[in-house]
Design a protein around this ligand. Structure first.
Ligand code: EPZ
Length: 427
């Protein structure tokens, strides 16, 4: 099993290219099931989750071809054409869904296009219980009949789904995406109220519009979809990954470096930029992205995770690592997931001083961290351990790095490219 070995203490300098967003790419790929024509997606990151989604879609009958490799169109990303001419199988099997919860995003497109979907229920997860009840209730409101049996969700519709009014009681990224895709092919108008506003949802909406969908309110919490009988093929470029950008910004800050994030957009991550600036990080736009510098180190700032445009839960662990070396204390409150503090005992092994109480962690900044062997528990937790390792004195070895490969493309190569002493080793 691979490990990442880091010898900390080197400031990150130079440039790093930010890839396409994993959490935009996954629903965009699922959208190929809505049409019998070809959907071409560019700037796709090269990640394990993207391969899992491609395998899942291939199982439903989609033909997937790679069109471009690194460097295409000025990006490092790949271009894939996805062609689901015929849906040959409407089952998303347990074996793939258990590996990646975002597999549930095929539910809406499959039932909308074919009137049937059988999708394994995603099981537990390291960061919280993560139910899918909002996806199911929303689809029922569009006329689907839902049954749960033998660990599977079975969704059926007689003819087309029909438009409806869906008010989400809690903001859910995945449920908004599933319903948006389903509503695009439903008969009549659907209103999705209290919808998630993450940039990845706006990206999906833009792609659906390019495929012929009629969607109003993009970027707001109320999406109005006038269903159409069929969608057609389109080309779409995946939005840059604001979580990867935020992670590299924090990597620059924790090492007191000076890094240019190529392709990063401040408009996708204003709450993050604001918090980092409040902590003393210097962030300025450049022609090619964002420059992040932190010559004087950071001071403690309080952070609360919230749905977009609030501070993203997917950067909470990394922010905790950064705050662990701040001057002063920081209160970090997690409001999205109930169990997203698994990185804290590992950070403590490196000398961080963090106390967790309910949904908040109190991080008292320490003068410096010390390298240690640590274990990744989920994707963003692993990123926080890598950040801590970059700042720590001595050697840190992060194990179970398969978590990090799900969401960061060649993270050790990118970090080594801007001066970190980091390598992947096989244990
Ligand atoms: C998406 O997950 C992201 N994944 C997550 O990224 C991200 O952490 C999360 O949104 C929040 O921003 C993808 O986009 C593929 P939610 P999702 O539905 O859609 C509760 C990463 O590290 N909820 O917005 O699954 C849920 O339990 C990851 O890249 C219900 O109660 O998140 C949670 O507490 C991990 N019922 C809250 O809502 C439901 O039916 C928000 O979850 C659905 C969700």
């Amino acid at each position: 099993m691979d490990q990442i070995r880091i010898r900390g203490g080197r400031p990150l300098t130079g440039t790093v290219r930010i890839g396409g967003a994993k959490n935009a790419a996954l629903p965009l790929m699922a959208a190929c099931l809505l049409t019998d024509e070809t959907l071409t997606l560019s700037n796709l990151p090269h990640l394990v989750d993207i391969t899992t989604m491609a395998n899942l879609l291939a199982g439903h009958g989609a033909e997937i071809r790679m069109q471009g490799e690194a460097g295409d169109g000025g990006h490092t990303g790949r271009t894939l054409s996805l062609h689901a001419g015929k849906i040959t199988d409407t089952t998303a099997p347990y074996d793939l869904v258990r590996r990646m919860r975002a597999s549930v995003l095929v539910l809406g497109p499959l039932v909308a296009r074919t009137g049937h979907a059988r999708v394994s229920l995603p099981g537990g997860c390291a960061i919280g219980t993560r139910p899918v009840d909002l996806h199911l209730k929303g689809l029922q409101q569009l006329g689907a009949e839902i049954e749960l049996a033998e660990g599977y969700i079975e969704a059926r519709a007689k003819g087309r789904l029909r438009g409806g009014h869906v008010l989400f009681p809690t903001v859910s990224v995945g449920a908004t995406e599933n319903l948006l895709m389903a509503a695009a092919l439903a008969e009549g108008e659907t209103v999705l109220a209290n919808a998630a506003r993450e940039p990845e949802i706006a990206d999906l909406a833009r792609c659906l519009i390019a495929m012929g969908a009629e969607i109003a309110g993009v970027g707001t919490d109320t999406l109005t979809v006038r269903g159409v009988e069929r969608l057609h093929g389109a080309r779409h470029e995946v939005v840059p990954d604001r979580i990867e950008a935020g992670t590299f910004a924090m990597a620059a800050a924790i090492t007191r470096g000076d890094l240019e994030l190529l392709g990063a957009r401040a408009g996708l991550m204003e709450s993050v930029v604001d918090k980092l600036c409040e902590a003393g990080v210097e962030i300025s736009p450049t022609e090619r992205g964002l420059r992040v510098a932190c010559p004087g180190g950071v001071r403690g700032v309080d952070v609360m995770t919230e749905p977009f445009p609030g501070f993203p839960t997917d950067l909470q662990a990394q922010m905790t690592a950064l705050m662990s070396v701040a001057s002063g204390a920081a209160m970090i409150t997690e409001t999205i997931f109930e169990n997203r503090f698994m990185h804290i005992p590992e950070l403590a092994r490196m000398g961080a001083n963090v106390t967790v109480h309910n949904a908040s962690s109190l991080v008292r900044g320490v003068g410096g961290l010390k390298g240690a062997p640590v274990m990744a528990t989920d994707l963003r937790a692993s990123a926080s351990l890598v950040l801590a390792g970059l700042a720590a004195e001595g050697e840190t070895v992060v194990s179970r790095v398969y978590h990090i490969d799900r969401g960061y493309e060649r993270i050790e190569e990118k970090l080594a490219g801007c001066g970190a002493d980091i390598e992947r080793v096989t244990a």
